[in-house]
Design a protein around this ligand. Sequence first.
Ligand code: PAF
Length: 281
Amino acid sequence: MITSANISEIRAQVKAWHAQGETVAFVPTMGNLHQGHITLVREACHRADHVVVSIFVNPLQFGQHEDLDAYPRTLNEDKLALAEAGAGLLFTPTPQIIYPRGLDAQTYVEVPGISDELCGQTRPGHFRGVATVVCKLFNLVQPDMALFGKKDYQQLQVIRTMVEDLSIPVDIIGIDTVREPSGLAMSSRNGYLTAEEKALAPALKRTLDNLAAAVKTAMPIPQAIAQAKAALADAGLRPDYLEIRNAHNLAPVTDTDTALVILAAAYLGKARLIDNLEFSR
Ligand code: PAF
């Protein structure tokens, strides 16, 4: 695996692959890789001739009081795992390379509406930071396709909307969430949980399963959600939001919608956990 922080080198390598008629898949990450990321890389290897991964802890998507400085950085371990999973090229830019004029002077990509709801309400500016860096990484790497985990369901919808609105020629592929045997969705931020909290955390996925089951048995959505929020609080989690939306566009549910998604965020100790569940009724 070639590792480079140099934009010209990354571009030259991808250009050489394309010149040979070969396809390139891209997996953008912030590092501290777990099995969820490795699954994305393995899937990417099945779908394309070459896989490019980026590791960049993007300051633009962290709020002022968020965990940018504390965000776990494990480059050496990540490199070993990526090489073993089959990645061919690793891009490791610095903030100066991605934002040479500084964060305040940077041109932004803003996906309206969807960016301001759910996680966007608690984390204002977060999705603007995500859309901006993903757009920029797409322009730098110029892949044929890019893979994202469905654990960040709203992020995936923001990126799909951006790609459609800006006619970016990259296929966006969503990959199912990878979970611990307990049901807890894998996340770099699970590292913030104490052993005790880790035992409580699977209550989030259990609550989503029970909520979907309740809605399928025709319990009115507001009642089912109130019940689920109470269950989360009983389990020791503090719900941030818990909502059911149209699975395709995240719009509020109408009577005729059949493909639905439950989206949830809840605080547990120092961690803010997010999870979701697609289901149909
Ligand atoms: O999901 C992530 O790790 C990040 O939001 C992403 C897509 C790499 C952009 O920084």
